[in-house]
Design a protein. Structure first.
Length: 749
């Protein structure tokens, strides 16, 4: 049983059967009306033109209506119409092309050919031949427009697009050209349908759709019979006027339509045919009342409003962040592998260092005879590469006479070559893992981008967003898109653009607050993948001020620690501090990678646990060399004062609260050491006047001294520098990089 058959038998209630039957009846009626309304040499499209344009099951309903209309026309003319429909069906046997534009051209020629070849035998003069050619073009244009409209309907017809509006107008105008010819003593079918359709579109859809249908329909009716144009125009005017009753229900709207149509008839003084016009008006109103209301399209949790638009922008931003993570992995891996690679050329050098450094003849072999011994060692390595093992007698010529430890040379070269092979295998294995993970990142990015392409309509009430977009544009943001939402946490402002503002964040926050009519915090600005995001939340109860100071080890120019601070989309403040393995630039690569990946993912709306799992995996696979970094994360809600400290191998954090010094020390492994990351947390509450101090393990602090330092009111930037320099002055602080971050909690002014 096919899906369509299953769906047919699954219709369980009367409403579903009624809706099903009504939709099919419309297509049958369309086939009958177009066929009976089109004369032999008129430009009005017949049923075969609609048959060429529609697709799917609608084809058979239109065909049934067309054949019935041809029979109503009478024989032998019916044979000509049925032959034209047969030509179209033959053309439809060709493979259905996926490209809409190509399919529209194909259907154009199918309808035009059917019209031309079925009517050309009726042409008795040049004028008749020209009329047949015009009718063929009109039939083809009608079919092509139907194809285009069907495609647009699948995506949701948007009459703001000129192409969609043009195809809609062409189809409506040519359809009413056929319907207008159906003129009977009691009513004109074209004018009747025009009034009902125009009233329905105006009340259920948009004014833009109604005007498009109205102008095209008036053209078609006037082209069919110029005398009925005044009546159709009166219907359109009445439909527009009764729009004031739209919110009061369909019956009130229909009564208003009858009233305005009658008033228009009396004012125009159209005595002749006025009874007929009023009859059509009443029938039109009755048809409108019984017509079902348009059902809103269901969507999987995505509505046509600001929330859906905001979701799409966030998905794109998260996809850009994942792309940045993948690019960062590749860049860091290439840099580290180039610097720390174990190459085949180093095998001989490593073996010589192990064996020859303590030999009494080292000065002779690697001084006067350097080129001789270098070439001999490279020959022995090549022998190992070809699969022949080394023995005590493997060394040849003058080198064998001079060398004191030939067995030691053979063993050292063999061991170093084995280490080289093992390193190569490890490198290949890690490279494969890195490739798999990078592929997963790319696939996740693509999924996010696919989700963000959902069709979304503009929110009709976006005054605040529009004001904010103008403000951002004036502030130097190119192509700004602003969103203002109000949830449980209060006002939230979020905007995206291709460039960042040219004014400072404090002034921008003041301007945003004035624009929205509510005070907001200092905006957070972040960039990813060529896109900038600006977020701001309502002014919180607490203010947070950060100060940081770093000291590299010894004579190093680069500190191996890295930190970042930011506010997420919910207004929660984060500080991330990372200490890489070792010191200097080597450690900086690890700490910067861990800090950057964590910050990017959290900013993008990814949960903290998922972000840290990603950091752990990235550190494990970013290079063949052992690589890990600590993570120290402080999360503060500036509304409630809730504070959470997360640690992965990080040093202790100190919090001065009132007169107490709280020490937060949690046992855990750094990121990148293998296995699933375990991130313990300690939660507490901070209030105005508290100070939080985060340090790396290079700074060993005397807690009694720190308690005295924190008892005095000191700005966080000065405090962090004082603590760092005091730690450097201590003996234990000279052998590592030192980073100190101080966060002062205050009241919002």
């Amino acid at each position: 049983m096919t899906e369509k058959t299953k769906r047919l038998f699954s219709l369980g209630n009367k409403e579903e059967w009624k809706d099903f039957a009504l939709k099919k009846a419309v297509w049958v009626f369309a086939g009958i009306a177009l066929e009976t309304g089109a004369s032999d040499l008129s430009a009005a499209p017949a049923a075969y033109a609609l048959l060429a344009g529609v697709s799917g099951a609608k084809t058979w309903y239109v065909l049934a209506g067309g054949i019935l209309g041809a029979v109503i026309h009478g024989f032998p003319a019916a044979f000509t119409s049925i032959a034209a429909m047969a030509i179209v069906l033959a053309a439809r046997m060709l493979p259905d092309l996926k490209r809409v534009s190509v399919r529209a051209v194909e259907r154009f020629f199918a309808a035009a050919g059917a019209c031309f070849f079925s009517r050309v035998t009726l042409a008795e003069s040049t004028a008749d031949f020209l009329a047949v050619a015009v009718a063929a073009v009109c039939a083809g244009a009608f079919a092509a427009s139907i194809v285009r409209l069907e495609s647009a309907l699948e995506k949701g017809i948007d009459l703001k697009k000129p192409t969609v509006r043009a195809h809609f107008g062409v189809a409506a105008g040519l359809a009413f050209l056929s319907l207008g010819a159906l003129d009977y003593p009691f009513a004109n079918i074209g004018r009747l349908v025009f009034g009902a359709v125009f009233l329905y579109i105006l009340s259920e859809k948009s004014l833009e759709a109604a005007l498009t249908a109205g102008v095209a329909g008036l053209f078609g009716l006037c082209a069919a019979d110029s005398e009925m144009g005044a009546g159709a125009a009166g219907f359109a005017l009445a439909a527009v006027a009764c729009g004031m009753f739209k919110k009061r229900g369909k019956i009130v709207c229909a009564l208003g339509y009858v009233f305005f149509a009658a008033a228009g008839t009396l004012v125009s003084g159209a005595d002749e045919g006025s009874i007929r016009i009023m009859t059509e008006t009443i029938i039109t109103a009755a048809i409108y009342v019984v017509m079902p209301k348009a059902k809103p399209k269901e969507s999987a949790g995505i509505s046509d409003n600001t929330a859906a638009m905001l979701l799409c922008e966030r998905l794109n931003y998260a996809a850009d962040a994942l792309r940045g993570v993948g690019a960062g992995i590749s860049a860091a891996s290439e840099a580290l592998e180039e610097k720390y690679a174990f190459t085949s050329e180093s095998i001989a050098e490593r073996a010589a260092d192990r064996v020859c450094r303590s030999c009494p003849k080292s000065m002779l072999c690697w001084g006067e005879k350097y080129e001789l011994f270098r070439a001999e060692f490279e020959r022995l390595v090549e022998q190992l590469r070809t699969g022949f093992p080394l023995t005590d007698n493997s060394m040849n010529g003058e080198c064998a006479q001079i060398c004191v430890y030939p067995s030691g040379v053979a063993n050292a070269l063999t061991e170093e070559y084995s280490r080289y092979l093992s390193a190569k295998r490890d490198e290949q294995r890690i490279g494969e893992i890195r490739r798999i993970y990078s592929d997963r990142l790319l696939s996740t990015e693509q999924i996010l981008r696919d989700l963000s392409r959902a069709d979304i309509l503009d929110d009709p009430d976006r005054e605040a967003e529009k004001r904010a977009e103008k403000l951002l544009y004036d502030a130097g943001v190119r192509k700004p898109r602003a969103f203002v939402t109000a949830g449980e946490n209060g006002l939230h402002f979020e905007a995206y653009g291709e460039t960042e503002p040219i004014i400072d964040r404090e002034y921008l926050g003041k301007l945003i607050g004035q624009t929205l009519g509510r005070a907001v915090d200092v905006p957070e600005i972040s960039g990813s993948g060529g896109m900038y995001r600006i977020t701001a939340n309502k002014a919180h109860a607490l203010s947070l001020k950060l100060g940081a100071f770093q000291l590299p080890k010894g004579e190093n120019d680069v500190c191996g620690d890295c930190y970042d601070s930011f506010t997420d989309a919910d207004g929660v403040f984060y500080v991330i501090l990372s200490d890489g393995m070792g010191t200097g630039s080597r450690a900086r690569v690890d700490s910067a990678m861990a800090c950057s990946v964590a910050a990017k993912l959290i900013k993008s709306g990814i949960s903290l646990s998922a972000a840290l799992e990603t950091v752990n995996t990235v550190m494990m696979i970013k290079s063949s060399d052992e690589s890990y970094a600590t993570l120290d994360i402080c999360r503060i809600d500036p509304d409630s004062g809730e504070c959470a400290i997360y640690k992965a191998g990080a040093a202790a954090t100190y919090i001065r609260s009132s007169d107490r010094l709280i020490r937060v020390s949690l046992s855990s492994a750094p990121a990148g050491t293998g296995g699933k990351i375990n991130l313990p947390a300690q939660r507490l509450k901070v209030s105005a006047g508290d100070m939080i101090v985060m340090i790396t393990d290079g700074a060993v602090i005397d807690e009694r001294w720190l308690a005295r330092e924190l008892s005095a009111p000191t700005p966080p930037d000065e405090l962090s520098e004082r603590i760092a320099r005091a730690a450097r002055a201590a003996d234990s602080g000279k052998d590592d990089d030192i980073s100190v971050i101080a966060v002062e909690v205050g009241n919002r002014r």
